[in-house]
Ligand binder design. Structure first.
Ligand code: FES
Length: 330
């Protein structure tokens, strides 16, 4: 008995229908233009993406139907990227469906490794297919595809800009200086020691020089918690004790773990608690970490009072506030 598989004489396939572009040169030209337009729309999408990144301020908000108030840069980055990818895909599909070779071929089953002559034939067929796809002939498609792919490849490069500039000492500095008044947040009122009862907590910010606007990113570094204890409750060394005033102690409100606002104070235990990952700081021992993932105490701000009796910083923070960063030395 022979191992040869007999060819099925009539597998029941419908007759092959040729596309208009296969038989009508005008239809082929029209399809070529349609493909080129799709690739050009993709290029336009990429230009929109790059242009939005460079020219639209990152803090500009606009009204957009359905979405409401939306960040303009994010919106146009998204629209640009969507158009870039959508139209390049549409162009490729339309090209394949209308202009690329459309032949039905039947291949017989055979052992997995093709005979050498078949492999050579495959290479020859692939080359012929590439030639038949018309990249050489259809220069309009070739150029528009080149532009579209080139720009699409370029767009991730501009995102490298976000790696810079280096923050230099920005992460180590806050607005607190010697003599800066502590003011309530909200309210912007300077604070006297007698405004705080024992057990009270207040969130404060540094008073800014007249005419200076408070920047949102500065609030993330400047926020300070004031807590009043009885002076005998402290368990501090002489230097840290001298940073307090009549039982009032001040700490950065920014958690040394990952930068959340340390917002919960347990009056009975005198513990500050970070709600994000439950780091717990002992106020009586200069915010020493007694539980949780934070690696360092909350930085303490040295305070005193000015000639009018208002609480002021004695000096800037002596260490960076907030979470760790690469260049941090302590
Ligand atoms: Fe505070 Fe993680 S950010 S514990």
């Amino acid at each position: 008995m022979s191992n040869e598989i007999e060819t099925i004489k009539d597998p029941g396939l419908p007759a092959h229908v040729h596309r208009r572009a296969d038989t009508d040169p005008k239809a082929a030209k029209k399809a070529e233009r349609q493909v080129a337009i799709l690739f050009l729309l993709s290029a336009l999408g990429t230009v929109t993406l790059i242009g939005s990144y460079i020219f639209i301020p990152s803090d500009l908000f606009i009204f957009f139907p359905i979405l409401g108030n939306t960040n303009a840069q994010q919106l146009f980055l998204g629209l640009g990227m969507a158009a870039s990818l959508f139209f390049i895909g549409m162009g490729a599909i339309h090209w394949a469906k209308t202009l690329m070779p459309d032949e039905e071929v039947i291949i017989q089953r055979h052992e997995f490794r093709s005979p050498d002559e078949d492999r050579e034939a495959f290479v020859a067929t692939a080359k012929a297919g590439a030639a038949a796809a018309g990249l050489g002939r259809r220069s309009l498609i070739k150029r528009s595809l080149g532009l579209s792919l080139g720009l699409a490849g370029l767009s991730p490069l501009i995102l490298l800009r976000d790696l810079g500039p280096l923050p230099k000492d920005e992460l180590s500095k806050t607005s607190w200086k010697a003599g800066t008044r502590l003011i309530t947040d909200p309210g912007d009122r300077p604070i006297r020691a007698e405004d705080l009862e024992v057990g009270a907590v207040a969130q404060t910010l540094p008073e800014l020089p007249a005419g200076k606007e408070r920047v949102l990113s500065d609030i993330g570094k400047d926020a300070v918690l004031l807590i009043r204890l009885r002076p005998q409750d402290f368990n501090l060394d002489a230097e840290r004790l001298s940073w307090t005033h009549e039982g009032i102690i001040a700490f950065s409100k920014i958690c040394s773990h990952m930068g959340c606002a340390v917002a919960l104070y347990e009056q009975q235990t005198k513990h500050l608690l970070c709600p994000c990952h439950q780091s717990t700081f002992d106020v009586t021992r200069a915010a020493k970490v007694i539980f949780g993932p934070a690696a360092r105490p909350l930085p303490q701000l040295a305070i005193t009072v000015d000639s009018e009796g208002y609480l002021v910083a004695k000096q800037p923070f002596t260490e960076p506030v907030g979470p760790s960063f690469w260049e941090r030395s302590s």
